[in-house]
Design a protein around this ligand. Structure first.
Ligand SMILES: C[S@@+](CC[C@H](N)C(=O)[O-])C[C@H]1O[C@@H](n2cnc3c(N)ncnc32)[C@H](O)[C@@H]1O
Length: 277
């Protein structure tokens, strides 16, 4: 059984290090962790958590994070974003992005559906012109399990339900009646990395588009505000941020809202922002 004091110390740690708010989730944590605690040979949560917090290798906490994160995702989730991508973002990027080097970041990518879906849209949009573009997508998460599954790029048939048959034929390889793998051409467009969104963004170049969808939902308002400010500083002039449609952007953001769940770093805002940098 997960005692109140153990729940409190785990909750405090997970909130401060990963931003995830587990308030009122005592039962959920117990359900998600109890099998793992006994599999690891611990008789109770107290000794298990002592071991987690004393483990300097990071192995134990990585496993706990695998179990505590909610990784729900699917292809064509929030289709309006994919429509914005092909109707507005890519036509603008074609005119404005320097050196044909398009930089996109899927932050909180879970099992990879989101970044692969982006790569498919981009391939479909550019067609033969794609060979003139570098469109690598950075995809990050804190769940090592999710990242490993994402790299494999293997999905059950029912997971492809949101995609047209034409795209399934074009972008997947059928492994068996029920299993499909994203084709190499699309897999090669996505680079998966571990990145904790609570930490500074140190990627060398800024991004033309950042997607952080259905991730901040678990963060409290100050954490969300600080993260959006970091995103802003990591966004190119005229670049975009997509957030989940059920999420609320912090009131103090420097991004300009363009349509629901789509925000832009406009040139005028950037000038103002740079004065403070
Ligand atoms: C519900 S999934 C959303 C996946 C995808 N963006 C979508 O909308 O379908 C949320 C993901 O955010 C990740 N996440 C949660 N906290 C994070 C953090 N501090 N840094 C990076 N990723 C985080 C979780 O591991 C999980 O895979």
């Amino acid at each position: 059984m997960l005692r109140e004091s153990d729940y409190m110390r785990l909750m405090t740690f997970v909130r401060s290090k990963y931003g995830i708010n587990l308030e009122n989730k005592q039962q959920l944590i117990e359900n998600r962790l109890s099998n793992y605690v006994s599999e690891r040979g611990f008789s109770d949560f107290t000794t298990f958590l002592d071991a987690v917090f004393n483990d300097k290798s990071g192995f134990e906490i990585a496993n706990v994070i695998n179990l505590l994160t909610t990784n729900h995702t699917y292809f064509m989730r929030e289709q309006e974003h994919f429509r914005h991508l092909t109707d507005s973002f890519l036509p603008l990027a074609e005119k404005t992005v320097r050196d044909h080097d398009l930089r996109i970041w899927s932050a909180g990518c879970s099992y990879g559906n989101e970044p692969y879906n982006l790569a498919m849209c981009i391939d479909d949009y550019f067609g033969l012109r794609k060979r003139n573009w570098d469109c690598k997508i950075l995809a990050t998460d804190i769940s090592i399990n999710a990242l490993m599954t994402a790299k494999e790029a293997v999905y059950k048939k029912e997971a492809l339900a949101g995609l047209s048959q034409q795209w399934i034929d074009k972008y997947f390889v059928k492994l068996s009646d029920n299993m499909y793998q994203v084709c190499d051409k699309i897999r090669n467009e996505v680079v998966f990395r571990y990145h904790n969104l609570m930490e500074p963004i140190t990627f060398k170049k800024k991004f033309d588009l950042i997607l952080c969808r259905n991730v901040m939902i678990y963060f409290d308002p100050p954490t969300k505000e600080a993260l959006c400010e970091r995103f802003y500083n990591a966004t190119e002039e005229n670049g975009f941020l997509y957030i989940g449609h059920t999420e609320v952007m912090p009131a103090k953001t420097r991004y300009r809202k363009q349509c629901p769940a789509v925000y832009q770093k406009t040139a005028s805002e950037r000038t103002g922002g740079d004065e403070h940098e």
